[in-house]
Design a protein around this ligand. Structure first.
Ligand SMILES: Cc1cc2nc3c(=O)[nH]c(=O)nc-3n(C[C@H](O)[C@H](O)[C@H](O)COP(=O)(O)O)c2cc1C
Length: 212
């Protein structure tokens, strides 16, 4: 099938793109409003975009409405300029999903999901204690594009539980971290446990010598 996106509804476009740009890492973003009220929500329109400077990007769609209603995460980041990306692994997947529930505004998703928080090192927004790794970020810029906001955050500090660091690199012991990825909008995810495929890059020298 072919889909001309000029004649495809927003919902269909969403379904197609999130099923094809997959698997996606999941950022469980903690952010705070001006009164210090803490918020947590997952976003899979997420990746690192460059490392010099270290920048991550998150796509946040506005809430469906005839008016312009940003999600709490996007509003908080615009107003207070800071957030933390908590890395989502298999052991906290169910609780991450609870944070995506549309609770009434006064409900604290972090408590509902039975998460606790610990202070971050550089930013005011705390990280989730149960996450094994977290990126502390300061808003670099927010682009408003149609019904969405693309938030670029400069990573200012990284926390990784010691057992997941190979000090030689330092490298992340990704085979042991068990991060999960999102596959589509139907609640499908992938595990990374026992799923690794090792494929080093081929140098031009090796290529010329016929090593494939
Ligand atoms: C795994 C997962 C990934 C999600 N990714 C996104 C995303 O990339 N962009 C988005 O706008 N909403 C995404 N959502 C929906 C938000 O998490 C949801 O709208 C949440 O209630 C927003 O909370 P907030 O208003 O506290 O920011 C995702 C939900 C789940 C479960």
């Amino acid at each position: 099938m072919k889909f001309d996106l000029e004649h495809t509804s927003q919902r269909e476009t969403y379904n197609l793109l999130i099923g094809l740009v997959a698997p996606r890492p999941i950022a469980l973003v903690t952010s705070m409003n001006e009164q210090g009220h803490l918020n947590a929500a997952p976003f899979s329109a997420y990746n690192y975009l460059c490392t010099d400077p270290p920048v991550v990007g998150i796509g946040v769609t506005n809430r469906p409405s005839s008016t312009f209603v940003p999600k709490d995460t996007a509003r908080n980041i615009r107003r207070t300029g800071e957030f933390v990306v908590n890395v989502v692994t298999e052991d906290i997947a169910q609780r991450m999903n609870i944070c995506a529930t549309d609770f009434p505004a006064e409900t604290n998703e972090i408590e509902m999901a039975n998460f606790t928080t610990v202070p971050s090192d550089v930013v005011k927004v705390p990280r989730i204690a149960e996450a094994h790794a977290a990126l502390e970020c300061r808003e670099f810029t927010t682009m408003e594009i149609g019904r969405s906001r693309i938030i670029l955050g400069r990573v200012v500090s990284i926390y990784v539980e010691d057992k997941f660091i190979d000090p030689a690199g330092p490298y992340i012991r990704a085979e042991e971290l068990h991060a999960i990825g999102r596959m589509n909008g139907l609640g499908s995810y992938v595990r990374t446990r026992d799923a690794f495929l090792t494929m080093p890059r081929i140098s031009y020298d090796e290529w010329q010598k016929g090593k494939r």
